[in-house]
Ligand binder design. Sequence first.
Ligand SMILES: CC(C)(COP(=O)(O)OP(=O)(O)OC[C@H]1O[C@@H](n2cnc3c(N)ncnc32)[C@H](O)[C@@H]1OP(=O)(O)O)[C@@H](O)C(=O)NCCC(=O)NCCS
Length: 255
Amino acid sequence: MSDRFRIAARSHGPSVAAAARSLEDDVWGHLGFLNATDAHHRHYDRILETFADLQLCLIDDETDELVALANCAPLKWNGAALPSTGWDWLVEEGARDRDVPHNTLGALAISVPPRHRGTGHAQRMIGELKRLCERHGFTSLIAPVRPSRKFQHQSVCMRDYVGWTDESGRCYDPWLRSHLQQGARVQGVCERSMVVVQPVAFWETWAGRRFDRSGTFCVEGGLVPVLIDLERDVGIYEEPNVWVRYDCGGHSALN
Ligand SMILES: CC(C)(COP(=O)(O)OP(=O)(O)OC[C@H]1O[C@@H](n2cnc3c(N)ncnc32)[C@H](O)[C@@H]1OP(=O)(O)O)[C@@H](O)C(=O)NCCC(=O)NCCS
């Protein structure tokens, strides 16, 4: 890739922060139900502000357009098995006291608008996160990855999906494949990575339909179906993600 693209942190200035917010709306707007996890609701925006210097924006110098974004949170991690609560756990950890010594970077999202996908920006952002880890002396980069084609196979168990390969024997999912190409090691599925518990009306809005019986229903963009319980007036969405880990060779040895 030519050097017409440069990295700027969200802390660079109000125009970069505003462009980052607008890119997030563009990429994640149709998945807005994910903003309703408890951890997201309570901590996400504050993490982006507190650690604005760690939020990376890729800018096209020719057009001045923001073409990719990598959001993350630093944390202290002792290398123990990563929990099934995945993304929500990462946000809770990132929201802890900012003065604790961090040794790990947790990737919360890499976002590329549809018109800029398939160009290498996403893989570049993985590389930029690894470099960020090295600059800070962190030992690991961890990420609860949201496989990009799983939404087309909502009824398939994530553990099975992760093992799917294409005709060339490569990992079937393009986004997981990109992580593997960048050197990620899969640590396992986090079954309850993003948990959204909301009244049935909330889900009816996102599904664009009424639910007249209890059961499991697909919502566009979801990775698994939502469990609707009319009697309790609740819909529960438990999104599984895939933990991956990169070793970054930093020197922070924390226990
Ligand atoms: C996930 C996401 C960031 C991936 O972006 P992407 O650009 O589609 O990147 P992918 O890594 O999936 O695809 C890479 C493909 O781009 C192509 N590509 C990579 N580098 C390229 C380059 N320099 N030139 C042209 N094509 C290139 C490759 O063909 C690759 O496909 P391959 O594996 O078949 O070779 C993007 O789909 C997105 O923003 N999705 C919504 C938000 C989201 O879910 N984020 C992830 C949360 S963990």
